[in-house]
Ligand binder design. Structure first.
Ligand code: AMP
Ligand code: ZN
Length: 117
């Protein structure tokens, strides 16, 4: 697949619409299109990397800081009282979109959500 066909590259470049909830130099945060849990958010690098292993270490600090910022906002705005962080890397682990992304899943007491992958 060419990067030009990548849906998350298109979102990062503003070529297709998404609900952006935050941005840093190298990452954006958008609401997942399929809100099985309200507030389900994706952290997406602006450049095309396939998995966590492709993201340069030098972006690590920014990625951690930005992910914490978005997760804190979820708590502050009461979208969740807690959260899960999830990343699917490669197809057998459930990765559908082949552009690295981290899921943030807001959680509430007794929400009976089962995180399986
Ligand atoms: P994964 O299984 O980790 O590759 O998850 C891909 C996620 O991307 C799924 O939760 C989809 O609902 C989400 N997704 C796919 N297309 C879009 C889109 N255009 N905008 C926002 N989220 C999307
Ligand atoms: Zn991409």
């Amino acid at each position: 697949m060419k990067n030009s066909d990548c849906i998350f590259c298109k979102i990062a470049q503003g070529k297709i619409p998404a609900k952006k909830v935050g941005e840093s130099n190298n990452f954006i945060a958008v609401l997942d299109a399929n809100q099985k849990i309200r507030g389900h958010t994706l952290i997406i690098p602006k450049k095309h990397f396939v998995t966590l292993l492709d993201i340069p270490n030098k972006l690590g600090e920014e990625l951690l800081k930005f992910t914490k910022e978005i997760a804190s906002k979820i708590l502050e705005t009461k979208q969740g009282d807690a959260f899960n962080i999830l990343m699917n890397n490669l197809e057998p682990a459930g990765q559908v979109v082949k552009h690295a992304h981290i899921h943030i899943l807001p959680r509430k007491e007794g929400d009976s959500v089962k995180i399986i992958s």
